[in-house]
Design a protein around this ligand. Structure first.
Ligand code: C2E
Ligand code: CA
Ligand code: CA
Ligand code: CA
Length: 275
């Protein structure tokens, strides 16, 4: 039933205005943060089923704001994208992760997230190339994680950027698979090295049979295509067992380790991971 009329509109306007002010404030703080080094990276281990060991790390961005405390990327990346600040932050992330990974075991990969906005900016390829050069990191160790959002719009240009990145020797992962505009067409057209099955499928694995069916299908498709499959958000032994049975190549989640500072990773210790 319709109620309120003009009053609802007034409430809606007020809410919109409040949201607008909130964004403005985040934007102002983000600009200060970019200038003032308030960002840092944490790393989460990636577990390889075949070797039974940690085979890589994903770099995850954190903002330590004097006013707000530690802010989650989900809360500031959208604003950084809308304002274009993401380009500068994203370049910093790539440089920092490449530098950091030099102090991690040589047989591990390092994954960085690249936002669709950053991806479309012309500078990405040169930023990656420079970061590799300056850090001396073997390009084979670097993985660029992109989401399906990258492929909306000018697919020709997206493909060109992906090819240029691959020509540098880096690997490309398709992140959050299954949540966006998943299309087999993308998988056919783009040179992905890895597909990361979104954590929502893993979370509901016990309760919903569709999730198991989808994971089985994606994992099977990956192995036929020679693409590495990863399951995200693995929290329980039960999920781990199922995913192993479904031949997921690698896994990531709290079961193997939470994101942690580089100095807290103990990356060179022999790992005992769930058996
Ligand atoms: P993502 O790339 O899908 O990263 C995985 C997220 O899942 C991380 O959240 C991680 O902490 C969380 N996670 C890992 N294991 C588990 C688990 O077992 N259970 C649950 N419930 N969660 C788990 P985080 O660090 O808050 O990052 C959120 C998102 O922000 C990322 O999702 C990514 O899309 C974005 N992001 C993070 N760092 C960057 C960055 O440097 N650049 C860009 N553009 N985006 C970033
Ligand atoms: Ca990711
Ligand atoms: Ca993901
Ligand atoms: Ca995500």
């Amino acid at each position: 039933a319709k109620k309120g009329g003009r009053n609802d509109i007034a409430v809606y306007d007020a809410q919109l205005h409040e949201r607008y002010l909130h964004r403005q404030k985040i934007e102002a703080d983000l600009r200060k943060a970019t200038a003032g080094r308030e960002f840092f990276l944490v790393y989460q281990p990636i577990y390889c089923v075949k070797s039974g060991r940690v085979c890589g790390y994903e770099a995850l961005l954190r903002w330590q704001s004097p006013a707000r405390g530690i802010v989650s990327p989900a809360d500031f990346i959208p604003v950084a994208e809308e304002t274009g600040i993401i380009e500068e932050i994203g370049a910093w992330v790539i440089h920092k992760a490449c530098k950091d990974s030099v102090s991690l075991p040589e047989d591990t990969t390092i994954a960085v997230n690249v936002s669709p906005v950053q991806f479309r900016s012309r500078s990405l390829v040169s930023v990656v190339s420079r970061a590799l050069q300056e850090s001396g990191l073997n390009p084979r160790r670097l993985e660029i994680e992109i989401t399906e959002g990258v492929m909306i719009g000018d697919t020709g240009q997206a493909l060109e950027v992906l090819r240029a990145l691959k020509a540098l020797g880096v690997r490309i992962s398709l992140d959050d698979f299954g949540t966006g505009y998943s299309s087999f067409n993308y998988i056919r057209a783009f040179p992905f090295d890895k597909i990361k099955i979104d954590q929502s499928f893993v979370r509901d694995l016990g309760q919903r049979s569709e999730c198991l069916a989808i994971i089985r299908a994606v994992s099977g498709m990956c192995s036929s295509l020679g693409i590495v499959s990863t399951a995200e958000g693995v929290e329980t032994e039960q999920q781990f067992e199922i995913l192993k049975t479904e031949h997921c190549d690698t896994m990531q989640g709290y079961l193997f380790g939470r994101p942690a500072a580089l100095t807290e990773l103990n990356a060179f210790e022999t790992k005992t991971v769930p058996a």
